[in-house]
Write a new protein. Structure first.
Length: 413
């Protein structure tokens, strides 16, 4: 475990006083609060990126580390170096510029509501994917199934999904009221995505439940299906996906034969193994590394931070912080463990606040839709990069497979 993960830096009284004292000295006096916050975040991100790059270069090229890393596997060393540079930069940047918790709590629940309202569109996209795979519909913007992964990542600019209706929003609000705190706030920490067709279909039919790993769909999907009856869509066949796999298999088999023919007279490459141990990810190793290579100030910060992290009950600390900034009194229920009672009260408060913010977010959403204001910028460059890197790869394989099978090099199949 790297030493500055697992906890969060909190703004102490001295930092808050420093920030307040310097507000009047801000050169950008005409900035709004949101503009000032955006500028500060950008400046911190730039400083973080610069420091991370400097630390990474030093760790990779400075000969003073060579003897220290020599006993360990190269892959282990590379992983450690990247993580260490990242977290060292993060510590040095945000230990000097901790964000005020009061300021964060102003927009926390609105921002979360603004994020999850797009769950509605993700499910609509998923329904379209099922129908597209069953060849019930055609979508001009989609030629192969892998493009649904692109639109998952750019759901805000997806052109072939209708805007969120009042009925759809009301159904999502019912889901929020019905669901648990963990379903709402923590599902996406362990998920792969919203468009995992094969995994979600396996879960629906409980196929290979004990023999094969698959990812559960978002809790919202299950609620949606229970209220709309549209889980029946899983009964539709994956005609398009089956055809794509057929052509890709032809391409892969042909490529394998070519490689075998090309390398049949070449000796097999010898596989070399490193007989070294991996770097241990524990506090003792981190302390040893810091004492050997960092200055006294960094070592002092590490020791102080380590004490806080080791003593801190993250869930309880977060709950107390949440209730400290709450705009109402929250009752603590009957719990054998007082800590569980405080955490439950904080979770109840967060869910209430999120639900209160949802209508505001939806009103802002409708305003932007009616005014023709885009939710994302011009993403053509991003789309080209993604298509070139991922989708075009599979398009190439499918078209090659079609030609190898004596068929035209197009997607009319």
């Amino acid at each position: 475990m790297i030493f500055w993960t697992g906890g969060k830096l909190t703004a102490n009284r001295e930092i808050l006083i420093f920030r307040k004292r310097n507000m009047d000295e801000d050169k950008n006096k005409n900035e709004s609060y949101a503009e000032k916050r955006a500028r500060e975040r950008k400046e911190w991100a730039e400083k973080f990126k610069r420091l991370e790059s400097e630390f990474l270069s030093d760790l990779k090229t400075n000969p003073r580390y060579s003897s220290f890393f020599e006993p360990y596997k190269k892959s282990s060393v590379d992983s450690f170096i990247e993580s260490y540079a990242h977290h060292k930069a993060r510590l040095l940047v945000y230990s000097d510029y901790c964000l005020s918790n009061e300021e964060d709590y102003i927009t926390k629940y609105y921002n979360k509501a603004e994020e999850i309202i797009w769950d509605i569109q993700q499910r609509k996209l998923y329904d379209l994917q099922i129908k597209w795979r069953a060849e019930q519909i055609k979508i001009p913007e989609v030629e192969i199934s892998y493009e649904f992964l692109y639109w998952e990542r750019h759901i805000k600019s997806c052109p072939f999904i209708s805007p969120i209706s009042q009925d759809e929003f009301d159904l999502y609000m019912a889901y929020l009221n019905y669901s648990s705190y963990n379903d709402i706030f923590y599902w996406d920490f362990n998920s792969k995505g919203y468009q995992d067709y094969e995994d979600f279909k396996k879960q629906y039919f409980y196929l290979d439940k004990h023999e094969e790993y698959y990812t559960d769909p978002p809790p919202w999907y299950e609620f949606y299906e229970s209220r709309t009856g549209l889980g029946v869509l899983y009964l539709l066949p994956d005609l398009r996906g089956t055809k794509e796999d057929f052509y890709i298999d032809i391409y892969i088999e042909n490529k394998r034969k070519i490689e075998e023919e090309k390398n049949k007279d070449k000796p097999k490459a010898e596989v070399k193994y490193e007989h070294k141990e991996s770097i241990p990810w524990d506090y003792g190793f981190i302390e040893e590394f810091i004492r050997k290579f960092e200055d006294e100030d960094t070592y002092r910060k590490y020791i102080g931070y380590r004490r806080i992290v080791e003593m801190e009950d993250d869930d309880l600390a977060d709950a107390i912080e949440t209730l400290h900034y709450a705009d109402r009194i929250m009752p603590i229920g009957n719990n054998k463990n007082w800590k569980d009672g405080i955490i439950e009260a904080a979770h109840n408060y967060e869910k209430i606040k999120l639900i209160e913010e949802m209508p505001k977010v939806y009103a802002d959403y409708r305003f932007r839709v009616n005014a023709g204001i885009k939710f994302e910028g011009d993403d053509r460059a991003l789309r080209k990069k993604y298509l070139d890197g991922v989708v075009d790869h599979f398009k190439h394989e499918i078209l090659e497979g079609r030609m190898l099978n004596g068929e035209p090099a197009d997607f009319n199949f």
